[in-house]
Write a protein that binds this ligand. Structure first.
Ligand code: ATP
Ligand code: MG
Length: 269
């Protein structure tokens, strides 16, 4: 840690990068929020938007703090950073800003990323749609395992999870699912249609996030697909996002309980 701080103070960019980028992004994020505004500004100079995006994907801070940090950066840098983040995380941050600012960032952002984020901004708070991400892997039933593996290889870097691969039809309706383990242990020439699980558990985009958490716990999946009323696949919710929901709801319920004066907690032996 001292190396990193020292390199920043000495304006040694290469040295800073060499040590800092070895840290896990969570530790990078912890480091980042401990710094003064001046030091943070130097970090924006020494790191790329993509590298900053990794840090922001691991931040868990109050909305006011996000606003402070973003205001320290150049707007183009902010837009590029948000574009490199997972779409659900970027949408979370943008949903805290005012509409004009959001529009501004989306205009200068890479088109593809802006479209994903814009789509997510429409969903109501506390619904499946508001916590899902659009970075999932989808394949078709009439493919072989070999060609599915090629898709997986190409898209893995950008997917939030590669553990489940969802199968869609021509209309992008959800028709099946298989796990990475199932794919890896199958014959290359096997057809996806023959091996996929076609009784897929999914959640509706308008469903309450608490309900999603319950399903995730009951079925023990690492992610759940999100569909619209016509079974079109819209996104996925991964278990790490559900962990946040569960701890949020627990705090909420606890404060509600604490705020109600006439609650009579009885002990029944
Ligand atoms: P197993 O534990 O059976 O060895 P695995 O370790 O490959 O499987 P798990 O995460 O345990 O994967 O998933 C169990 C099974 O559930 C897999 O067959 C997977 O394809 C399937 N599955 C994953 N998501 C869904 C879903 N949303 N609906 C139905 N089945 C699903
Ligand atoms: Mg398993």
């Amino acid at each position: 840690m001292e190396h990193i701080v020292q390199a920043l103070y000495d304006e040694q960019m290469e040295q800073f990068r060499q040590h800092f980028l070895k840290l896990h992004p969570y530790d990078q994020a912890k480091f980042y929020i401990k710094q003064s505004p001046e030091v943070r500004k130097r970090m924006y100079e020494y790191l790329s938007p993509a590298e900053m995006a990794e840090i922001f994907d691991h931040l868990d801070i109050e909305e006011e703090e996000y606003k402070t940090y973003l205001s320290e950066m150049d707007p183009l840098f902010v837009a590029q950073m948000l574009g490199h983040m997972y779409a659900d995380n970027a949408a979370d941050i943008l949903s805290e800003l005012d509409k004009k600012e959001v529009a501004n960032y989306l205009t200068i952002m890479d088109n593809e990323a802006a479209k994903d984020i814009q789509g997510l901004l429409h969903y109501k708070e506390y619904t499946a749609g508001s916590i899902m991400t659009t970075e999932y892997i989808a394949i078709h039933a009439n493919q072989t395992v070999r060609s599915a593996m090629q898709i997986l290889k190409k898209e893995a870097a950008h997917a939030e999870t590669i553990y489940y691969i969802y199968v869609v039809n021509e209309q992008h309706q959800l028709v099946g699912v298989l796990s990475l383990r199932e794919l890896l242990t199958s014959d290359d020439d096997a057809m996806i249609a023959d091996m996929m699980n076609d009784r897929v558990v999914s959640v509706f985009v308008d469903e309450d996030q608490e309900e999603v958490a319950r399903k995730m716990q009951n079925y023990n999946f690492l992610s759940l697909p999100v569909v619209d009323a016509n079974n079109h696949l819209l996104g996925i919710i991964t278990v790490d996002d559900i962990v946040d929901v569960i701890s949020e709801e627990a705090t909420d319920d606890y404060s509600k309980l604490a705020g109600v004066p006439d609650v009579d907690i009885q002990y029944n032996p």
